[in-house]
Design a protein around this ligand. Structure first.
Ligand SMILES: [Zn+2]
Length: 56
């Protein structure tokens, strides 16, 4: 399992989402705009994978 690859994708998705949040003004923790939603979904999925992989 390429550990750094998953970590890199998780970090990349996180910074993409944070960058969008900083500029958007519509995205909140509870709701996301059409552009922000897929960014959040990707980040959340990678975070889930990452945490499952490294914590048992
Ligand atoms: Zn947004």
């Amino acid at each position: 399992m390429p550990r750094s690859s998953l970590y890199d994708r998780y970090q990349k998705a996180g910074s993409d989402y944070q960058a969008h949040r900083a500029e958007c003004g519509q995205c909140t923790d509870a709701a996301h705009c059409p552009a922000g939603h897929p960014l959040y979904e990707t980040w959340a999925r990678l975070q889930d994978l990452y945490l499952k992989h490294f914590r048992r």
